[in-house]
Write a protein that binds this ligand. Structure first.
Ligand code: NAP
Ligand code: GCO
Length: 266
């Protein structure tokens, strides 16, 4: 086997949560291109149908299911369906997530709980559902999509940062608790990526000037650009494949250098 063979996902079943568009779609496409059978879930049936057409157009064999990652019974049904129809998931990518940008003192506990539920409880529920099959098989890959906010705070994203910080530690704990079963759990920490989730931060102003946050991020990123979902594809294939069998509990930041850079003197 050559080192390139170790990146192959042929014969593997990969489950990507929130795999309809954005980062999840790019990761699903990458795992499919590497040979995996791609299964994905989301809440919106119309978006799932659109994504199935997109995967087909991209030459990827994919299967989509309506399932909310916070609904434990629905998740158990999903995992059983995948096991029956495609074989137990070998790879889980916990990608599904939301954000609420509200100053903390104005944020309701309901809003805070909803973000924590989807962004942290959801990955727990999904990982707990796939681990028994991975333990039986003696191998498995769990990839949690973390964030700059796993390491940094900023105004208005208290719930999201708390969730993504927790997700970093959930990643390390799964790695610690199940590494002995041939299972690796790692994270990908994207920088600022151009997707629907960050569209409000990039919309040009009424006078045609760039959004101040757009300019801020480009200034804070050594690469001097926003990332694209495609920038994450290689990291996803690496962490989903045998090439990373001795990598466990790590967060791989794909951020154009933001976390390394203090920023330019004004
Ligand atoms: P996005 O464009 O908002 O897409 C989110 C996806 O998650 C959608 O497919 C959505 O579909 C699904 N989803 C949301 N809640 C769900 C639930 N309860 N159950 C199942 N699916 C659910 O987000 P994105 O920018 O691609 O980000 C994807 C992940 O990367 C998120 O975890 C995000 O926090 C993280 N991230 C993003 C960036 C960035 O700059 N964009 C950077 C770092 C990390 P439905 O609404 O149909 O369910
Ligand atoms: C924000 C952004 C970020 C990105 C991402 C950065 O409002 O600051 O949405 O949180 O989504 O998580 O890594």
């Amino acid at each position: 086997m050559t080192v390139l063979d170790s990146f192959s996902l042929k014969g593997k079943t990969a489950l990507v949560t929130g795999g309809c568009y954005g980062i999840g779609y790019a990761i699903g496409k990458a795992l499919g291109q590497a040979g995996a059978t791609v299964v994905f879930n989301a809440r919106n049936p119309g978006r799932i149908q659109k994504a199935l057409s997109d995967y087909e157009a991209d030459g990827i064999r994919a299967y989509g299911y309506v399932c909310d990652v916070t609904d434990e019974a629905a998740v158990q049904d999903l995992i059983e369906t995948i096991r029956k129809e495609h074989g137990a998931a070998d790879i889980l990518v916990n990608n599904a997530g939301i954000i609420r940008r509200i100053p903390m003192c104005e944020m309701s506990a309901k809003d805070f709980r909803e973000v924590i539920d989807i962004d942290l409880n959801g990955p727990f529920i999904m990982a707990k559902a796939v681990l028994p099959d991975m333990i039986k098989k003696g191998h498995g890959k769990i990839i949690n999509i973390c964030s700059m906010m796993s390491e940094l705070g900023r105004e208005t994203v208290s719930a999201y940062a708390a969730a993504k910080g927790g997700l970093k530690m959930l990643t390390r704990n799964i790695a610690s608790e199940y590494g002995g079963y041939g299972i690796q759990c790692n994270g990908i920490g994207p920088g600022y990526i151009a997707t629907p989730q960050t569209a409000p931060l990039r919309e040009p102003q009424a006078d045609g000037n760039p959004h101040p946050f757009d300019s801020f991020i480009i200034g804070k990123t050594p690469a001097k650009r926003w990332g694209t979902p495609e920038d994450l594809m290689g990291a996803a294939v690496f962490l989903a494949s045998d090439a990373s069998n001795f990598v466990n509990g790590q967060i791989l930041y794909v951020d154009g250098g933001i976390l390394a850079y203090i920023g330019k003197q004004p």
